[in-house]
Design a protein around this ligand. Structure first.
Ligand code: BMA
Length: 333
């Protein structure tokens, strides 16, 4: 892999991105960290499991919002900090959101967070329980105090993922209309908002297709702006005779009108094959919720939950991934 000056990603440099080169003999476009998992299920005293989580560069190191299911199996969000993006200190107490409206601020459960820097603050979105699953929205500047805003949609909705900048002068969010339970369907939609409160102008983005993405799909990490379009890493689900199987794929979306899909992978990038992905509280789950990138070298590091139990890392290079998406985008035959 080349570490020469790269200009494909439109964004910041991150020279201290957590990174491991592709192992000798590996030909995969996305490869796993050899020391996976990076966070074990009982990393804090209160946790049953720590998995689908979101990280961002912060103060020369990294900060994140972590999904920690407690030992009473309540789904909660916790803050974490790290110097290197690999070794994390996660706070034992869950995030306590400040909210002007007690009706909205009465936290029941929350899971699958995403975090993005937009304009002047970090915005957190997550799957929030409010008479059913919907998308919670909050902001913070220091990962100490979090201010909760209105839920983006009425239930049921999951996988709310903001773009890192306004599109058509509006905040833009990918999301996945859903249902009460272990939803056996789901396409990705795009919605816009002038103020992060009122959402509309909904557009259909992608449907399920075949194989690993035949049951439902959902946006993963915050999309990365590139010269080839928005790079979206997403999860897809297959229903096997043994239950759901969650894998990871990627797509390129039009920069100006991101509901237009330019290319998407027919094969998966990672499917559950390692023991820590196949064995856990929910077997056979690879669920990406965050990525870091270093624009000057094109390196991308993906954070994904494995088997609803632990947190893992995988790596790729933007040019190789874009090339892979473009050349593996043919319809299933
Ligand atoms: C989805 C979400 C994810 C989870 C996955 C597999 O519906 O709840 O948090 O990883 O199911 O259980």
């Amino acid at each position: 892999m080349s570490l020469q000056k790269n200009q494909t990603i439109i964004g910041q440099s991150l020279p201290n991105i957590p990174w491991q080169d592709r192992p000798a003999g590996c030909h995969k476009v996305v490869w796993r960290y050899s020391e996976n998992p990076i966070i074990l299920r009982d990393a804090i005293p209160s946790s049953n499991s720590i998995f689908n989580s979101a990280v961002v560069p912060f103060n020369g190191g990294f900060a994140g919002v972590f999904r920690c299911d407690s030992r009473s199996r309540r789904m909660q969000l916790h803050t974490g900090f790290s110097k290197d993006g690999i070794n994390w200190v996660i706070e034992n107490d869950p995030i306590s959101f400040q909210c002007d409206d007690p009706e909205i601020g009465r936290f029941e459960q929350g899971y699958d967070p995403r975090v993005v820097w937009i304009d002047d603050r970090f915005i957190v979105t997550w799957c929030n329980v409010y008479h059913g699953y919907t998308i919670g929205v909050a902001y913070t500047s220091d990962f100490k105090t979090y201010y909760q805003m209105e839920n983006a949609f009425v239930p049921y909705n999951r996988n709310g993922v903001l773009f890192p900048k306004k599109i058509r002068n509006k905040y833009a969010m990918l999301n996945r209309p859903s249902d009460t339970g272990h939803t056996p369907f789901g396409d990705i939609f795009y919605s816009e908002s002038p103020d992060l409160i009122h959402w509309g102008c909904h557009r259909h983005v992608m449907s399920t297709t075949n194989g690993w993405q035949s049951t439902k799909i959902g946006a993963g990490p915050v999309p990365i702006e590139t010269k080839a379009g928005w790079l979206l890493i997403y999860h897809g689900v297959l229903t096997s005779c043994n239950g759901f199987v969650y894998s990871m794929g990627a797509a390129l979306l039009d920069i100006d009108e991101p509901w237009k899909v330019l290319y998407r992978t027919t094969p998966y990038l990672i499917s559950p094959q390692m023991q820590y992905e196949c064995v856990g509280d929910v077997p056979n789950v690879v669920f990406p919720c965050a990525s870091l990138f270093d624009a000057s070298t094109g390196r991308i590091t993906i954070y994904y939950g494995a088997a609803d139990t632990v947190l893992c890392l995988a790596f790729t290079h933007v040019d190789e991934l874009i090339d892979f998406i473009k050349t593996n985008s043919e319809p299933w035959t």
